[in-house]
Unconditional design. Structure first.
Length: 126
């Protein structure tokens, strides 16, 4: 299995697990399960993480010294997507609730941590 497919597989399992726990916590606390764009948030974070990792993986040899900058650029891309896509949805009622914040922040943080670990492993494998 190539490193990119291994990354996709493990990240997908991680996000499915977190999504299941997230939905379980919402259900236990009698909150709406599929509001706050939770499915879109998990899906978009997965897709962006895969794209960013794929680009970094392809650039690992020819531009090894700029991988950190490319990674930071990917993080900036995620914030642009948040402000372009999620922020308008969340601000429709004039404020961002804790549930809306959690639906964005939980998959964002999980992807960021997993991507960081994968990139460190990629950088150390040279």
């Amino acid at each position: 299995m190539t490193p990119v497919f291994k990354f996709i597989y493990k990240l997908t399992l991680l996000l499915i697990t977190l999504f299941t726990i997230h939905i379980g916590v919402l259900k236990l606390s009698s909150q709406p399960l599929f509001e706050n764009y939770i499915i879109a948030s998990y899906s978009i974070h997965l897709v962006l993480a895969v794209i960013i990792y794929g680009i970094l993986y392809l650039r690992r040899i020819p531009q090894h010294d700029v991988l950190g900058f490319l990674f930071m650029g990917g993080s900036i891309l995620k914030f642009i997507v948040f402000f372009a896509v999620f922020n308008p949805w969340f601000k429709q009622d004039g404020e961002i609730s804790k549930l809306e914040f959690a639906s964005f922040f939980i998959p964002y943080t999980a992807c960021l941590i997993y991507e960081s670990m994968a990139i460190i492993k990629l950088l150390n494998s040279k």
